[in-house]
Every structure is written in C-alpha cells, then in structure tokens.
Design a protein around this ligand. Sequence first.
Ligand code: SF4
Length: 596
Amino acid sequence: MKQTRSTCCYCGTGCGVTIESQGGRITGVAGDADHPSSRGKLCSKGTTLHLTMTPAAMAGRARHPELREHRGEARRRVSWDEALDHLAERFAATIARHGPDSVAFYVSGQLLTEDYYVFNKLAKGLVGTANIDTNSRLCMSSTVTGYTKTLGVDAPPNCYEDIDHAQCLFIAGSNTAVAHPVLFRRIEAARERNPELKIIVVDPRRTETARAADLHLAILPGTDVQLFHAMLHVMAWEGLLDERYIAAHTEGFAALREMVRDVSPQVAAETCGVRAEDIVTAARWFARSPATLSLYCQGLNQSTSGTAKNAALIDLHLATGHIGRAGAGPFSLTGQPNAMGGREVGGLATALAAHRDLANPEHRAEIEKLWGIGPVPAAAGLTAVEMFEALRSGRVKMIWIACTNPAQSMPDLEKIHAALEAAELVVLQEAYADTETAPFADVLLPAASWGEKDGTVTNSERRISRVRAAVPPPGEARPDWEIACDFARRLERKLARTPQSLFAFSTPEEVWNEHRECTRGRDLDITGLSYATLDRDGPQHWPYPSGARSGTARLYTTGRFATPDGRARFHAERYRVAESTRATWCSSSRAAAPST
Ligand code: SF4
C-alpha cells in the first residue's frame, strides 16, 4: 500500500489527508495528524473521499477528448492533437473576426492555484481579454471587496489558532457546524476549555450552530447591516469604542459615527425582527470581550449587499480594536477548497495576479513586465452572471468552462441553458462526462481529478498546502494546467503574438514559481517559499517573504494596513433593502421557522 500526503478537496478548511492507494487505485483516506490546520481531523465528507474513486463512481469519468463539428451531432472520440488544434483554429478565427472579448473563460475555485494561474495568463496575457471569471465570484467577491475597501487588500487577518484564543465568537451568516465541521469541533473544544467563552450567532435560521449560541440573533434575512450599525450605535453611546485605536490606525470614523446616530437598537429591532435588548447585549459582549473573533460565510457574502455587510462587520472590529491580536479579527471562512488561491492569482474579471487591480496602470505595467507582453486589458471583463448573459445575446461567441458545472450550479438556470445553447462553441474541461453541462459541450476535454494531480491550494487561514497525486488519471485525462498550456502554445502559434512562449511550463512547480515571482513585494509575498519548503516544513501561511523562516499567521499586528497611509478605512454605507425581496423572504422565513 502506498501513502500520499495531500489536502481534502471539498472545502476551504483545507484539512490534511493521507491517501492510501494500491495498484493504481485509491482505497482509503485518513486525517494527517501533522497538518497544522486540521491536526488529523476530517469530517464525514473528507473521510469518504476515496468513495469518489470506486469503480462505480469512476464509470462517469471523462477518459478521452471528444468533439463535434455541428450542434445536434453526437461527439466523437478524437486525439488530444485533433481536439486542441481544432480549438486553437476556432479561437484564433473568432478573435480575429470579433476581437478578444468575443471569447470567455469560466473557471472554478476547485482548480489548483497552478491551474488558475495558467488560465488567467491565457485570458489576460495571450488572448487579451479580461473575460475570465469563476464560480468563486458567486460566493467570495463580496469578501474580496469588503477586505479591500477597509483593510486595503484582500488579506484575511486571522488564523484558526485564533479560535482557541477568542473570548467572544461572533458567527454571522455561517452554519459552521455543518459547513465547516472540523472548525466547529475546534470551537467546541475551545468552549470546553473556557466556559466563559461567549458565542453569538447571527442567522435567520435556527441552525445547528445557532443551537450552540449563548445569544442567537435570528434577524430577518438581509438586515445584517442594520444590526451591525445598531451595535456600533450602542458601542458609541455606552463608551465601548477603542478611541485610541480609531485615532491611531484608521480613517473615516466620523462619517460612520454620524451615520449610525439614528440607528438605535429600537430602530434596528424593528428592521431586523429581533429584541432591542439582545442587540445591546451583543454589542456589549462584542466590545467588552478581551478578544472578539468574527467568523462569517455565505450569509454575508451571497447577497446584493454583500460588500456592505462585510464592511459593516469589519467596521465593528476596527472601532473596538478587535483586530491584529490573538483571538481577535474579522475572519471570513471560504467555502471552496481554493477560492483563496484563485484570488491570489487574480483569477477574476476585475483583478490581476497577486492582488493587483486591473484598473491600476502601475499594476498593469508590472504584470506586462513580468509576463513580457504588450498591454494587458485595462477594462474589467465580464463577471460570472454577465458572461452567460453575453453568451446568450451573442456578444460572447465561445466559452471555455473548466472544473465547474454551470448548467446545474448557476442561478437562473433557464437563462444559463439558453446561453449554452446559443454559444457558437462550448468547451468543457471536466473530470466527469456525465455532468449537467456536458450535453452542451462541443468539445469535452478529460481532466485529472483529486488524487491524480499535483499542485497547491490555499485555505481560509491563508495557509498554502500541497496537493499530491496518488494515482494516475484514467484514460487520457490530463491535469488542468497542462491542458491549458498545451492549448495556449497552439493558440500562440495561430495568433503569432509572442516570439517566445508564455506557457513553456513542464511541471506545476514551474507554474507556481512564476506565480511566486508575481507576489514579490506584494502583501502576499511568498518569495521565501518553495515546493521544497512545503514538502520539508509542511503547509505555510502567506506572506512568507524572502529571508522569513515561517509564514505569517496573523496580519495587521502593528496596526499598519495595506493602504497608502497605512490606515484602515471605515466604510459608511447605509442599510438598504429591496422591498420585494424583503417581503418574499420575510414570509417564507417566518413560515419555515420552527416553533419554540
Ligand atoms: Fe474536507 Fe472541509 Fe471536511 Fe476538512 S472540513 S475534511 S476540508 S470537507
């Protein structure tokens, strides 16, 4: 039996696993006791990972490239050369006729960082379009913007160890007990050690997590900003703010203080559907605790006011000085296994590599120099929902979908199906041939899956872990980064854009090394880290700059933030509600609520 150390591919907790394999087949999975994020623990999803590799489960795997010339025909099996030459020809012709923005790439937080890096470079560096977005857009873009607007960059301040140090846990929009069970076990252990630990849960639903709370604020859906502003109102009224921290390390508090003057607990109680005295209690516990840690997830993120919710919660931490210390800070929990890695390589329609901004000319110039290319796109590309809308209307002609299943997972599926029907060409790079998106694919490219590919992922606490192959992929399936590079080199020849290939990578480590170089001098600098260091010392937090001996577990400990003047920014944005949405949600939520 062979044992291979790797990382669970199911969620952003990023638990370490030891894969057991025999005769080229994965036979079992165990928790890796040496992985610092999970210390040997796995949830039921992680412990049953090997069941995705049984002969029955493998029956649905894509094993060979398939292609059809015309809609309505069945795809036929073809060689990799035929499939990729065909695609290079079609993409080059469409780009020549309709411009770079006539094609789009829809990728995934399930990709490894190396895969993500290559796709981003393919779109923005070679094709010259920012039309690359990801399923992570749907869950994490509010977090990215919330952190950037307040702290200066998309860098979560905390690490899992902070759960052990917190004296008050403020869990908002997250059913941690179910969605991040290994972290919830850590919360339970922290409470056992410290019965004084206060847990506040903000969630319209009476979840498993809410049942563990000392105070459950079952707010009406979408009213989070009003609740957070009322808490700030109480803190200001009762003198619970950290005025010294506000003065020394932040900007913009006067406007926010003025804005929340009229958001009293009574006003918010009416809006949020909770008791005013519970809002007061939450504010007191949050502010008076020696260390308050917020944990939040899709309840704040997947919302039309997601950025305002994220920023309003971060404001509470800045106003009370609960940030940059052990057990204190606003800590977003990522859902997908590598949403963080995608954010790091700039795999969004609005971003560039290493937390650079597409709209910033200096950032674009840095990437042009690093990649050795002409101008990268200056304008933002189409985001996930816009991309499919543009496909439906004919503005985008071709879409390349990798490692995700939009025909099943996007909102408003009728429109998504119509978009895929309307496309001139749908490329699907997938491990499985039987997904809901597969029937729409004109070209199916078989991809390696978990346990079959090498690379890295980053979890919620900014910790980079290695993912390793235990067995070879089935049939002719190949790793995602390798497929993208092979196509890119063929497209380079058709477009005759660059004298030297931008995609001369022969291993995922070479891809990662280039990604590492992009981070030099940035907030997420990992120039002191290597595959060899990860293999020797295990998973590491970023940043890990040259000369460091370990990664940085906790950020903003000096009170300096990644803004030009080093000060964090308060974000004063009033609570807003779409009345129709509110009415619908209120009635359904009330109907669904269990009686007490
Ligand atoms: Fe995998 Fe997430 Fe479960 Fe850990 S908590 S075993 S990463 S699904």
